[in-house]
Design a binder for this molecule. Structure first.
Ligand code: NI
Length: 135
């Protein structure tokens, strides 16, 4: 199937840079790969259950209107899960925040998805392990 997608210039530019570096023969091939990893990431997220510890690492533009407030609201809503967080001001506009979580996997997933869905969040990554896993 063929699809048409509108993308901002800088996003497509970065994508093209990466697929060139990685030796993809076409943009379509890169997009197929990106969609596959998006799907496998969400399938992996579907398996997050039981008591868990984890982190959500977020890069966002704090100058984006309402975004810092929205992030704060989400964290207050899930405050029972949040053990700690670290905030680094990367540059004039961008912030990096790592939120450390412990609790029910389903809820950890919920907070991660709520953060990912915010407009202005440039990247966010969830990692978790079962909290009864002794190393
Ligand atoms: Ni900041």
């Amino acid at each position: 199937m063929r699809i048409g997608v509108s993308l901002p210039d800088n996003l497509l530019g970065k994508f093209d840079e990466i697929i060139e570096k990685r030796g993809y023969s076409s943009r379509s091939e890169g997009i197929r790969d990106a969609i596959r990893s998006y799907i496998s990431y969400y399938e992996w997220m579907g398996d997050i259950k039981g008591n868990r510890v984890g982190t959500v690492a977020v890069v966002y533009d704090h100058t984006k209107r309402g975004l810092s407030n929205a992030l704060g609201d989400i964290q207050h809503h899930y405050s029972h899960l949040i053990k700690s967080s670290v905030h680094i001001h990367l540059d004039h506009d961008n912030c990096f925040e790592v939120i450390v979580l412990e609790g029910e996997g389903e809820e950890i997933k919920e907070i991660a998805e709520a953060i990912m869905a915010l407009k202005g969040v440039k990247s966010s990554k969830l990692t978790t392990v079962a909290s009864n896993e002794k190393m």
